[in-house]
Design a protein around this ligand. Structure first.
Ligand code: ATP
Length: 925
């Protein structure tokens, strides 16, 4: 090996060691707590500053500064974060969404805090703890990795750690002190962050923004190791480090060479892009605090006040006016986050990239440097830049189709970092670039007026996306993606729409920002800004346009008026707390106000029916002297008849009977007395016989597998119009898998699903809904931020046919046409929510209703009323398939029962025959 190659290898090992350290720290924290610590780089930066402060600022000996920094400060930060930020969140349920936002909040807080304390400028006098000789650093890394690996594998603490990671609650029940394990994980993770920071600081720019970003760029190392394997992380880190170092030999001749060199010099970013966009995703849960609250409408007065405040700067002069110019521009950028994150519920940490591209393209187009295009006037350049950047929204929109939670966070972050490194930081794109204002708007006042007009256009666009059919579909997507898909919402195109619109708005705002300062400044659009803007929008109410405008004013105002870093620190503090108030500050205010004022109570009937008694006569215990009474429906209806909701149901069902669509109406059933049979065990009265109805949905030899495990083993099933078909069986029998295959959320390995003769095996869930297969969920899927009527309207708009009056009909049928219709679904009782979900499914005029444990969470009276409703729907001609554990409900409701065991249907027939037979169904959960 030549000396040059050897030297480059050594340099690469040095960089790779620091990356390996970061990987080890991220993996250990993730394993111990389930949190991907976005603040890791910021902790590294704070520790590097602290060591410099001790040694350079206060003149301490290096060993003392290093001990205090690495053995007290770094682990201390970890313990404090665990105790005061992440433990409360894990007590609240450990939603990864909230921990992600909190860790971004910690990042922003530390960056802002460091800028406040140590200033924003870069330092080049960080003390050198370990000599530049890479062998020393490598030794540190290998000792650490081996030590951690040994602890995890062979010690009691390691076993506890693995137990907590696998199932925290189970580990706690088993006597493990999960908090201690999490605190140790955080302390160690922060220690490695601190070590990375002090090792790197002498060789890179030590500043509050650059170092954290540099450290987070190597997160690919941990992702490549699937957040699990320390040896893989170390090997990948060293490999990329050496590769990156070797590629510095390239000497560019033209812009292509420069691009290749840029790739070589940023191999960790390339690895991040590959890890985040190509490798399978890490987590699947939603990445935003799930909306549990209704959106609070902005009072008109607030808009008037905002309008006046935004007009005020027109009367300003000098530096005040010059600063104000940034507010509308940043407001437009933040509105892009309202569209993507607030309304669409899609996490986007890379929005700064689109803003920067908007500014860059505007500058290139206005300068005549854009390939193949002539020089354009500034306003035309801005408009064309917006159009050009909009489709680039697919860069993050495409991954968002299949990625959620952490995976989407990483993908959008990676795109932000990639664009920053490969476009903004490259001289071939940006050298000698200036950006002027449109002619006629050169002065600050005129330009501000132009910005207000553009802001108004952006507000109108945002507003349009928050109203009407698309607005409701977006809200549904945000509130419950699976539920939205089940309601017929075409989720992938809707996500793309959100990201493309978001990219266009960000580009517009970015171009306006650039024109405001008459320059393209790459640092104004770096990925740290993306995190800050994301945090600012989330804490001020992600779905609030006014919140975005307030955030813009706050960020610009604090940056201009206070010491640098105040804005970031404030936003960080708020973001750290946001997980405790998932609805944002409005929710916090509401909670506070709620303590002072009693909440408005709404009286609701149960399923629209004043049913108070459990249905009695379907079962009689052996030896009981109680005679069988009339059948289920008469009992329920005799109570129900007193309620308007029941009248609507009866009328509805009778109407259906008159139209001749149904084989039986509830009234028909009341005429069928069910004699009791006195025998051992629970017995069932015979169900009324019906004439065979035509098949609507059929399954043919369905096979489904999870890895090597066969969950469905050749299922044949027929669901007929006007009948209730039930599937029962013990836990793990495969009922839910069958349900998912029919609903389109699981793709069978073999076999067919047919609907009205058409093969729909490969159709996605939303397409099945549009054909006429609606479903409900075991865990109720409603859209909490929408009102009851809006929930039902989503079902009607996206369902099989948009029949006029279908919303009102569904609301009436399920007894939701009173005051409750205009209440937000958040915080309604379970029974009402079940009705809302059913009404939503029904409003799309489905031919088949798939119901996954519809009685889950309902009390006896609600189950009784539910039976009436489902009977009425079947009587109307709808085909119902019910997967249910409640055998009482099945016996009283179903026409045909299929019993499943170990992935097969082991018996089928009318409930009285099937449920009486001994078999696996007798041990349901
Ligand atoms: N995503 C999955 N990955 C691996 N195995 C799975 C998955 N989902 C289900 N299984 C397994 O497939 C089998 C069938 O599960 P399924 O949920 O369909 O049964 P079930 O009858 O609905 O049970 P339950 O009544 O408890 O919901 C079970 O052994 C289950 O452990």
């Amino acid at each position: 090996m030549s000396t040059f190659t050897y030297d480059l290898t050594l340099a690469g090992l040095s960089v790779g060691s620091a990356a390996a350290l970061t990987g080890i720290g991220l993996i250990v924290t993730y394993r111990a707590t389930g949190v991907l610590n976005f603040a890791h780089g910021a902790i590294a930066m704070v520790c590097a500053y602290a060591l410099r402060q001790c040694v350079v600022g206060w003149g301490w000996p290096l060993w003392l500064g290093a001990m205090v920094t690495l053995l007290f400060l770094a682990p201390g930060i970890g313990v404090v974060l665990e105790r005061f930020v992440f433990r409360p969140l894990s007590v609240l349920g450990g939603d990864p969404a909230q921990t992600l936002v909190a860790s971004i909040g910690v990042f922003v807080l530390l960056v802002g805090g460091a800028a406040l304390v140590w200033g924003q400028g870069a330092r080049d006098d960080a003390p050198e703890l370990v000599s530049a000789d890479p062998w020393g650093q490598l030794a540190v890394v290998l000792v650490l990795a081996t030590g951690v690996g040994a602890v995890i594998r062979w010690t009691r603490f390691g076993r506890e750690l693995r137990a907590v990671v696998d199932d925290r609650q189970l580990a706690v029940l088993g006597g493990v002190d999960a908090d201690r394990v999490a605190a140790a994980g955080w302390a160690f993770g922060s220690f490695t962050a601190g070590l990375t920071g002090v090792l790197l600081a002498p060789y890179v720019r030590l500043d509050p923004y650059g170092l954290p970003l540099l450290v987070m760029e190597v997160v690919a190392v941990a992702v490549a190791a699937r957040m699990r394997s320390l040896p893989v992380a170390v090997v990948v880190a060293l490999g990329i480090g050496v590769g990156q170092s070797q590629l510095t030999r390239l000497h560019p001749a033209d812009w292509r060479g420069q691009l290749v060199q840029a790739v070589g010099a940023n191999l960790f970013v390339v690895a991040l892009l590959v890890a985040a966009l190509v490798l399978p995703g890490l987590g699947s849960r939603d990445a935003l605090p799930r909306t549990t609250t209704a959106r609070i409408a902005t009072p008109p007065a607030a808009w008037i006040v905002a309008g006046v405040l935004f007009l005020l700067p027109l009367g300003f002069a000098g530096s005040d006016l010059h600063t104000s110019v940034q507010v509308p521009a940043l407001g437009v950028v933040l509105l892009s986050l309202v569209v993507v994150t607030g309304r669409g519920g899609q996490l986007s940490l890379g929005q700064a990239a689109y803003a920067g591209l908007g500014a860059l393209f505007t500058a290139l187009l206005a300068a005549g440097r854009f390939p193949l295009l002539p020089r354009l006037p500034e306003l035309a350049a801005l408009a064309l830049a917006v159009l050009l950047v909009a489709p680039l929204g697919l860069l993050t929109g495409w991954p968002a189709i299949s990625r959620h939670g952490l995976s989407l966070a990483l993908a959008t972050f990676a795109v932000g970092v990639g664009v920053s490194r490969f476009v903004f930081a490259q001289p071939y794109a940006t050298s000698g670039l200036s950006l002027g204002r449109p002619s006629g708007f050169d002065g600050d006042r005129a330009y501000y007026a132009l910005e207000l007009a553009l802001l108004a256009a952006a507000l109108l666009t945002t507003h349009a996306l928050r109203r009407g059919r698309t607005g409701r579909a977006l809200a549904a997507l945000r509130d419950h993606e699976q539920g939205a898909s089940a309601a017929g919402v075409q989720v992938p195109p809707l996500k793309l729409l959100a990201f493309v619109t978001g990219a266009a708005l960000a580009a517009l705002g970015g171009g306006m920002l650039g024109m405001g300062v008459r320059a393209f400044d790459p640092s104004a659009y770096d990925p740290v800004r993306g995190l800050l803007w994301f945090a600012a929008v989330v804490v001020l109410g992600a779905d609030s346009t006014l919140g975005a405008l307030a955030a813009a004013a706050l960020l610009v105002g604090l940056d201009a008026g206070a010491r640098g870093g105040v804005a970031a620190a404030l936003i960080g503090v708020l973001a750290v707390g946001v997980g405790r108030f998932p609805g944002g500050p409005y929710e916090a205010l509401r909670v506070a106000a709620g303590r002072l004022r009693p909440q408005r109570r709404v009286r609701l009937t149960v399923l629209g029916v004043a049913v108070r008694r459990r249905l009695r006569p379907v079962y009689v215990r052996a030896g009981s002297t109680e005679a069988a009474g009339p059948c289920v429906v008469r009992e329920a209806e005799s109570d129900a008849g007193r309620a308007s909701g029941a009248r609507s149901l009866q009328g509805h069902a009778a109407g259906a009977g008159q139209r001749g669509q149904a084989s039986a109406t509830p009234a028909d059933h009341t005429d069928v007395a069910r004699p009791a049979r006195h025998d051992t065990g629970w017995k069932h009265a015979p169900a009324p016989r019906r004439t065979p109805a035509p098949p609507v949905l059929t399954a043919h030899t369905l096979h489904a597998r999870y890895g090597g495990f066969t969950a469905l083993d050749g299922i044949d099933l027929v669901v007929r119009a006007g009948q209730v078909t039930a599937v029962v069986g013990p836990n793990g029998a495969g009922k839910s898998t069958l349900f998912h295959c029919l609903a389109g959320t699981v793709r069978p390995a073999r076999g067919q699903v047919r609907f009205g003769g058409r093969d729909i095996t490969r159709l996605p869930a939303h397409a099945r809904t549009r054909l006429g297969i609606a479903r409900t969920f075991q865990q109720i899927a409603v859209f909490p931020s929408l009102t009851v009527a809006e929930n039902v309207r989503v079902g009607a708009e996206q369902g099989r046919v948009a029949e006029p009056g279908s919303v009102e009909r569904a609301l009436r049928l399920f007894g939701l046409d009173g005051d409750v219709r205009s209440l937000p679904a958040a915080r309604l009782p379970t029974g009402t929510l079940r009705r809302v979900e059913l009404a939503r499914a029904f409003a799309g005029s489905p031919r088949v209703l798939l119901l996954d444990e519809p009685a889950a969470g309902l009390d006896t009276a609600e189950v009784a009323a539910l039976t009436v409703v489902l009977r009425a729907l079947a009587a109307e001609g709808t085909a119902l398939l019910v997967v249910e554990h409640d055998l009482d409900l099945v016996a009283g409701l179903a026409d045909v029962v299929h019993v499943m065991s170990a992935g097969r249907i082991v018996s089928s027939g009318p409930p009285d025959r099937v449920l009486d037979a001994p078999g696996p169904q007798e041990t349901p959960a």
